[in-house]
Design a protein around this ligand. Structure first.
Ligand SMILES: Cc1ncc(C[n+]2csc(CCOP(=O)(O)OP(=O)(O)O)c2C)c(N)n1
Ligand SMILES: [Mg+2]
Length: 778
């Protein structure tokens, strides 16, 4: 694409590059001023440093200007490195998409966020903050884009967008980036750009030399094109002069920390060092003489990541759909007095430095937020240019406005005995059989535990997704196998390698498909419950940006008996309760699970809904002979119900959840021999009960359930997980509690041995009830 003649408008009279350079200056001014204002222009009531990252912004300002004002098309989506949020806010402000008030309130309540937030800022495609995750999610977004298009769910007939990460170089230290790269290679991802702001600095200091070589190797190995933007045009010209070869060698061999230190010192520092190292080289003395200190500093910091012509040319040249990695050499703090200093990550310009910078930018007092002040291009030309920026044509991000698609009315699976995990697999098969629009939008994913989480039957029905078709070789060769793994573009299961981070990043991308690509998907991810912890930050990240999915974790707890302590989850109920944006359920019976899944699929489609986590078990459990009426189904999804009502004024209730409910049933039968008054409550979601209690207090579902009991009744709570998940129920009405559960690592055994050892069997429940009842009352 030609740089100057992109479209004919009055702006064309002023060279496009000139306008982009003006915008680059304005963007950096606004970003640094936004931070300065937040730290110096507002009352500080709590003595905390407000903060912001002027140096990180400066290193990304040129790249982001070229990206947003030149390269981006409406269909592209971007994850911006967390610490460049003020640059993004400034760009959106210049495009009239962000208010001045939001900038003035940067890092204050209701103002622009410290790190780009999809839910709290305007026009942010992906939230970022936890480094590495924003990078990874773009890769999975490109996979989801392909999925949506190949399934005819949206985007056909229009060019695909590019999924772009503008990332810090230290983000490459995060393992999830490499996990994603490998998975992307397996799935042949396309239309992906990662632009590395290669300032060779992280938070604590200067990073390793020659990292770029490793980057080239990593990315090359997985089929990416690596484009290095190293020297700016001015520096290129100097390197082509006599003495240039020696200077190039010197620059290439200069350790990162020395380059950074010289950058900070400026022209005199460069001169002294170059005279010492290269003074005898022909041509160098002349070069030094021709440049005063300022010019010499500008020359040696003229890296391509700050050279608009070089950046635009590199972006324009990337026209195919092969994933591209741009390694853009930049300077952290470019053009600011912070430039190059190893401690500059959280550094802020002081008022005197800001005054100097303001003078250099020719910003008059009172014109700090003016979009055009201090620029040496005609205002009309810039206005025309801004009005014609391609990405600004993009429609507002789509909200979940369409009504939820209901789960098909399938009967709950029936059997005398069944585990919730088996019930889940059977319900998924019934959804596949029911077909229709709902089933067409269900997409599953699992990190190499598809079969062992009981998704095998579903996959047999719907096939595995891949951009290119691949027959199941075992089936072709008539080798018996329960699994049919036919790969193709219409498959609806996405099989991942073992990395749980990737599962959660994929769920994040799938769960944003409606916002990003206009296609509502109903994502279901399965994994082993303990390994939620492995991807926990990515799960939190997915929830933080309001991605919607159903997470089915199975098996769980010490009920996994012979598998032993390494696979038994203990604290996941607490994660389920504590994680915002994720409603946690742990059903005991399959009819409960059925009601919860119908509710869950609805919940994840509602504007004010969220994601759903089901903690399931492999323990076969005798199923109640009942049909859930609407009232009972509503109680199940609200979090709990009485399986056996307590007598009014009863002084004892057993409150049980999940796989240990049969123990509670047995215990209550025995307790019933000496008191007929005890009740048995089944909790299906401590999370829903708890959040409702916080919101509604005495009018909450938990308070209403507990109301028939005596004020000083004893509650015996029991679950296969941390006892804290249920023990709080005693606080609802100020009752006494005996909290049973698992608070230590598990081990191998069978269920009777383990339940006895960890004190969650019927004997333990009866003993706890006796102890509590025998206690003196107050
Ligand atoms: C997962 C995570 N760990 C630690 C941090 C704290 N942190 C913020 S920025 C940063 C270094 C960033 O360096 P780089 O990615 O190179 O960004 P830049 O130099 O462009 O500011 C660190 C360690 C974080 N945000 N996320
Ligand atoms: Mg860096």
């Amino acid at each position: 694409m030609a740089v100057t003649a992109r479209r004919s408008s009055p702006a064309a009279a002023t060279d496009r590059l000139t306008l982009l350079r003006a915008l680059e200056r304005k963007v950096l001014w606004l970003a640094t001023w936004t931070i300065h204002h937040a730290n110096h222009g507002r009352d500080n009531r709590d003595g905390l440093k407000v903060g912001g990252h002027q140096a990180s912004c400066a290193s990304a300002a040129s790249l982001m200007t070229a990206l947003y004002f030149h390269a981006l098309r409406p269909e592209d989506r971007v994850a911006v490195k967390p610490h460049a949020a003020p640059v993004l806010h400034a760009i959106q402000y210049l495009l009239d998409r962000q208010s001045r008030a939001a900038l003035e309130n940067f890092r204050a309540l209701g103002g622009a966020q410290s790190y780009p937030s999809r839910t709290k800022d305007v026009q942010v495609d992906f939230s970022t903050g936890s480094v590495g995750l924003g990078v990874g999610v773009t890769l999975f977004a490109s996979l989801v884009q392909d999925y949506v298009r190949l399934h005819g769910l949206g985007g056909e007939g229009r060019p695909p967008g590019r999924m772009i990460a503008l990332m810090g170089d230290a983000e490459l230290d995060e393992g999830n980036v490499f996990e994603a790269l490998l998975e992307g290679w397996k799935h042949d991802v396309r239309n992906l750009w990662w632009i590395i702001d290669y300032n060779r600095q992280s938070l604590d200091g200067v990073i390793n030399d020659h990292l770029f070589q490793k980057i080239q190797d990593f990315f090359g190995t997985v089929g990416w094109k690596v484009v290095t933007l190293k020297y700016g045009k001015q520096l290129e010209a100097a390197l082509a002069r006599p003495g240039g070869a020696a200077l190039r060698r010197w620059i290439d061999e200069c350790p990162n920390d020395l380059y950074a230190a010289l950058t900070y010192q400026g022209g005199a520092g460069w001169r002294q060092r170059l005279e010492a190292d290269l003074g005898a080289e022909p041509g160098i003395a002349r070069l030094l003489n021709e440049h005063d200190d300022d010019a010499l500093h500008r020359l040696l910091t003229n890296l391509a990541g700050h050279d608009m012509a070089a950046i635009v040319a590199a972006f324009d040249a990337a026209t195919d759909d092969v994933p591209h990695c741009f390694v853009a050499y930049t300077i952290k703090g470019f053009d600011l007095p912070l430039a190059g200093h190893k401690d500059n990550h959280a550094g802020l310009m002081n008022p005197a430095q800001m005054a100097q910078y303001r003078a250099a930018q020719r910003i008059p007092d009172g014109a700090e937020w003016d979009k055009f002040a201090g620029l040496d291009v005609p205002r009309g030309a810039l206005e025309d240019f801004l009005a014609a920026v391609p990405m600004a044509e993009r429609p507002a991000t789509r909200a979940r406005t369409a009504p939820p698609l209901p789960m098909p009315s399938i009967a709950p699976p029936r059997a005398a005995e069944m585990s919730t995990q088996e019930g889940f697999g059977r319900i998924m098969i019934e959804i596949a059989r029911a077909g229709g629009d709902f089933a067409a939008r269900v997409v599953t994913a699992s990190p190499d535990v598809t079969v062992s989480t009981n998704l095998g039957g579903w996959v047999n029905q719907v096939g595995v997704f891949h951009r290119t078709a691949h027959e199941d070789v075992f089936r072709e060769r008539r080798l018996p196998s329960a699994q049919k793994w036919v790969l193709g573009p219409d498959g609806r299961h996405i099989e991942l390698g073992i990395a749980e981070n990737n599962l959660f990043l994929l769920l994040a991308a799938l769960g944003l498909a409606e916002a990003q690509f206009g296609a509502r998907l109903l994502p279901v991810g399965t994994l082993y419950d303990p390994f939620i912890a492995r991807g926990l930050d990515a799960l939190n990240y997915a929830c933080y940006q309001d991605a919607r999915f159903l997470l089915v974790a199975t098996p769980s707890g010490i009920t996994l008996a012979p598998e032993g302590g390494a696979h038994q989850s203990i604290a996941t109920p607490l994660i389920g309760i504590g994680q915002p944006g994720l409603a946690y359920f742990e059903p005991a019976f399959v009819d409960e699970l059925h009601a919860i899944m119908a509710w869950g699929f609805d919940h994840l489609q509602r504007p004010d809904g969220g994601s759903v986590y089901l903690r399931l078990s492999t323990r076969p459990v005798e199923q109640p002979r009942r049909a859930l009426n609407d009232g009972l189904a509503a109680a199940v999804t609200a979090g709990g119900y009485w399986l056996r009502e307590p007598a009014p004024g009863s002084d004892l209730a057993v409150i049980a959840m999940g796989a240990v409910v049969p123990e509670a049933i047995a215990a209550v039968a025995r307790i019933g021999e000496w008191t007929a008054r005890a009740g048995l409550m089944v909790v299906t979601s401590p999370d829903r009960l708890h959040s409702d209690w916080l919101a509604c207090g005495d009018r909450s579902h938990a308070a209403r359930l507990l109301a028939p009991l005596a004020r000083d009744a004893a509650l015996v709570t029991v679950l296969d997980g941390h006892p804290l998940a249920l023990s709080w129920l005693a606080a609802v009405r100020g009752q006494r509690v005996a909290p049973l559960g698992v608070a230590a690592f598990g081990q191998s055994g069978d269920i009777p041995d383990l339940y006895r050892t960890y004190g969650i069997d019927a004997d333990a429940i009866v003993a706890a009830a006796n102890r509590r009842l025998a206690e003196p009352r107050f």
